[in-house]
Design a protein around this ligand. Structure first.
Ligand code: ADP
Ligand code: ADP
Length: 229
């Protein structure tokens, strides 16, 4: 089943006299339960595409279908509700609240969700059973990213969107996070979309979307994705 379809999506930013075409006619589709990698050089438009898909930004033109609904015209309350119910976000620098424990971070995020999962279960699922009462500063980078992943998954979202989730981690820790994301995709049948500038992780994806200069330069399906080991 198709869960995402972007059709000729455009977004530009005006900076005084200059107009930057950040996203310049992007089209692609994603099937439910896929592990998708969006790859491309810095400045290519990857984050803008992800933010439009996640309702963090709006596009100027085109259609953004998520589970059959065009969200591109959503504004205000509708956009907030879409972001709250349908989307889990994972960022490069975790974006945890420093004066809340791991458990409180997850609980706060799901407080207003309609159909959340249990916060403790979500933390157990990412391997943090023993760390729930710790504050972010007491956790390693990899553990903090696990809290962020638990927080996103506890919302029980349709899409898990990850923007350079390993960008702040060392190689081994990054690999473990990548493995967690791939396992989550397989075990929970979650649609997971990961942005990276690193070509090395494309063999692990079911689908690779390459973005260059605001456009899709290629989209490939991988019939035999490699497990992250
Ligand atoms: P990537 O994620 O591939 O590095 P981005 O989507 O962040 O690329 O950026 C694409 C282009 O749009 C870049 O040239 C960037 O400078 C520009 N851009 C992104 N966000 C803004 C903004 N809020 N205002 C102005 N320009 C922006
Ligand atoms: P970045 O510049 O974003 O840190 P990296 O080269 O570190 O890019 O790659 C991102 C993450 O992907 C790394 O943290 C690493 O753990 C993981 N990774 C990279 N290459 C491989 C690979 N061949 N197999 C498994 N994991 C990989």
């Amino acid at each position: 089943k198709e869960i995402v379809r972007l059709d000729n999506v455009k977004k530009s930013y005006r900076m005084g006299e200059v107009t930057i075409h950040a996203v310049d006619g992007v089209s692609f589709y994603i099937r439910e339960g896929e592990f998708v990698v969006i790859v491309g050089p810095s400045g290519a438009g990857k984050t803008t595409v992800l933010n439009i898909l996640g309702g963090m930004d709006t596009c100027d033109e085109g259609a953004v279908l998520v589970d059959g609904t065009d969200i591109s015209k959503f504004r205000g309350k509708k956009l907030i509700e879409y972001r709250r119910e349908a989307i889990g976000f994972v960022f490069q620098f975790y974006n945890l609240i420093q004066n809340l424990t791991a458990l409180e971070n997850v609980e706060l995020a799901i407080q207003i969700c309609r159909d959340p999962l249990n916060a403790e279960d979500a933390l157990c699922d990412v391997g943090l059973k023993e760390r729930m009462q710790n504050f972010p500063a007491q956790l390693s980078g990899g553990e903090q990213q696990r809290v962020a992943i638990a927080r996103a998954l506890a919302k029980n979202p349709k899409l898990l969107l990850c923007d350079e989730p390993t960008g702040a981690l060392d190689y081994q820790t990054g690999k473990a996070i990548l493995k967690l994301l791939q396992d989550t995709c397989r075990e929970k049948k979650m649609t997971v979309i990961v942005i990276t500038h690193n070509q090395a992780i494309t063999p692990m994806a079911d689908r690779v979307i390459k973005i260059k200069n605001g456009r899709v330069s290629s989209m490939t399906e991988n019939p035999n994705p490699m497990p992250v080991e």
